[in-house]
Write a protein that binds this ligand. Structure first.
Ligand code: FE
Length: 225
């Protein structure tokens, strides 16, 4: 009887231990070598947002943008002053001074817009003020901040350049456009809008060249000094 009791006690202990051992899950702490390899994020990201623009490639201040980009402006011809157009509801004054409106990861097709500001005699005007504002690739304006807004001045040869994206359409205005104000030094300010070849407006349409990874646009302004 004593042996039977001892056997039963031993059997119950073994059963309990065996049961507990079977019920406790076991985890293997992954080591560095057993961790899955990191996926190649840059390639995946680039494929997800193919139209994102890169950071601005604009040369450092003091460098000649036109030389570095290989952009040559032809001798301008002038047929009359640039016509004015309505300012629209989205203008904001006191924009940052900058030639590039690009921001890291901003979606859209990159556009570099270049040209002269000229007087009524077709002479280039250095130090003319230009202020650009536009919708983003989704057709939305930043009315809280200054995204896709900026002003600049023509260089000593009367040239300007703007690095931005092609604007998107918005429902109330189904034509792509960039807003601009131009004021020659000591002259009168004009407000207008620039358009694109697929929906041209006479006298206000940018000439576009497809450069592969960006569009190069040309437009000369003619203003009264
Ligand atoms: Fe607009």
């Amino acid at each position: 009887m004593r042996y039977l009791f001892a056997f039963l006690v031993l059997l119950s202990i073994l059963t309990a231990c065996t049961g507990n051992t079977a019920q406790v899950p076991t985890y293997t702490i992954p080591t560095a070598t057993s961790l899955p390899s990191t996926p190649e994020l840059p390639a995946a990201t680039a494929e997800v947002i193919p139209s994102s623009v890169a950071a601005s490639p604009i040369p450092a201040p003091g460098d000649d943008f036109f030389t570095q980009m290989g952009v040559a402006l032809t001798t301008p011809t002038c047929t009359g002053p640039t016509q004015s157009q309505t300012e629209g509801p989205y203008y904001k004054p006191d924009t940052p001074q900058r030639n590039s409106l690009l921001e890291e990861g901003m979606p859209g097709t990159r556009l570099i817009l270049v040209g002269y500001v000229l007087d009524q005699n077709c002479q280039p005007l250095p130090n003319a003020w230009l202020d650009f504002w536009q919708a983003d690739a989704n057709g939305e304006y930043d009315n809280a901040g200054y995204r896709l807004r900026g002003h600049q001045f023509t260089d000593s040869q009367g040239r300007y350049y703007l690095e931005t994206i092609l604007p998107g359409l918005y429902s109330s205005r189904p034509i792509e456009h960039i807003h601009v104000k131009v004021r020659p030094e000591g002259g009168n300010e004009i407000t207008s809008q620039l358009y694109f070849p697929q929906q041209p407006i006479e006298g206000l349409t940018i000439t576009l060249e497809d450069k592969g990874d960006y569009q190069l646009g040309y437009f000369n302004f003619v203003v009264q000094r």
